[in-house]
Design a protein around this ligand. Sequence first.
Ligand SMILES: Nc1ncnc2c1ncn2[C@@H]1O[C@H](COP(=O)(O)OP(=O)(O)O)[C@@H](O)[C@H]1O
Ligand SMILES: [Mg+2]
Length: 301
Amino acid sequence: MEKTVTYIGEKTQVSLSQNADDRQLIETTSGEVIAKIDVLYPVLHGNFGEDGSIQGFAKLANIACVGCGILGSAVGMDKDIVKRILRDAGIGVADFVTLRKAYNEDMNYEEVSAKLGKELFVKPANLGSSVGVSFVADENAYNQAVEVGFSYDTKVLVEEKVTGREIECAVMGNEIIEASVIGEILPKSSWYSFENKYVDEDGAKLAIPAQLTPAQAEKARNTAIETYRLLECRGLTRVDMFLLADDHIIVNEVNTLPGFTKVSMYPKMWEAAGLPYQQLVTKLIELAIAEHQKMNALMLI
Ligand SMILES: Nc1ncnc2c1ncn2[C@@H]1O[C@H](COP(=O)(O)OP(=O)(O)O)[C@@H](O)[C@H]1O
Ligand SMILES: [Mg+2]
């Protein structure tokens, strides 16, 4: 493939050609064609980037897009839906209740803690980066945490506190799904908060590969692959899990567009598995093109 790199200034307004088969990026004011797009590589997080919106945009424009499609992205973004799918398939997840503003906001600490224990995690269903996530152990903190959760989402999850090691696996593929070595997050404080992730430079240590027995690592990898399959992921996803003292694995969440800087877990775990950064990116682009071609070959009515 011919490589063309076109840098577009930050303030340049661009639009996509109306004709889906053109795949042309056009400068809005001049009408000039700036580039022809082979693949869209969304380097984004959160709403619109990770929830299926940009993936839908790419689909409408008939452009191959790196990573999960509309379905996998939307499912992976919603921690409530993820948990229900995994639970149905017999994969371990933390016990939880889902609060919705409209009908069970009145579920109070007493009721929830009778079901899930006194120590709880409260989180918005569709968010990331530990924003809006709270650990609570009393009524006051619980009420505040629920309010914070509802300021970010119309759906809030309350989960039992899981005591285990936080491990992660980088997964990649379309039909053939591969898993990396397992990595471990060792947060400085009791959990991997926003502070530990982004504010405090020494907030967490990463162990890649994690110190696990071969059997533990194999089980984690298999759980990650099964999760990926169940959630209809494509391209790439990072599966975050807890390893319990009795070797049980609980899936905490998935990240369909995981952090991708040179110090991020996803590329580091592949690097440790023998796949360097550049080759990883190439593979992800090839997977996007292959998936796009496969879908385009289907009869659409
Ligand atoms: N049920 C739980 N039990 C124990 N720790 C949890 C639980 N849920 C979340 N955590 C802690 O909070 C962090 C952030 O929660 P997470 O569900 O991963 O949200 P985010 O999508 O914002 O990363 C996790 O990395 C973990 O340290
Ligand atoms: Mg997380």
